[in-house]
Design a protein around this ligand. Sequence first.
Ligand code: MG
Length: 160
Amino acid sequence: MDVRVGIGYDVHAFAENRRLVLGGVGIDHPLGLLGHSDADVLLHAIIDALLGAASLGDIGELFPDSDPSLRDASSLDLLKQVHDLLSGHGVTILNIDSVVICEKPKISPHLGAMKAAISRALGDLAPARIGIKGKTTEGLGFAGRREGIVAQAVALVRLD
Ligand code: MG
């Protein structure tokens, strides 16, 4: 069995007058994240982990921020496209694990909705195969200063 692992990492800065979208879920918060798309930092890390595991490039190659059609794009739609790309290459997702690092908002109340959204985008991948954890940095660094959100993800896939 040909099993591959991939890693993804992303950072977006907080900004005013932006809707906060994390893991495909709109979250009520005074600040959103700055970005060309909806700036869903968690989905961007997951997309890069999946593309890395499948050796199919990275998010910047597939969805360049110079592409005007991707302005305010839904990252859930991008994740769906990545799922289709992987399926077309005979890649099956075994599991994903991820960490969202920020002081606020609290991630845990949104875990169920995030896993459901990601599951749907990935062809009903079982939510038990999708890990999401919220962490703070105890006030240290830019995440601790509430300047932005960091996300990290790993993905395990099988090549058929
Ligand atoms: Mg990003």
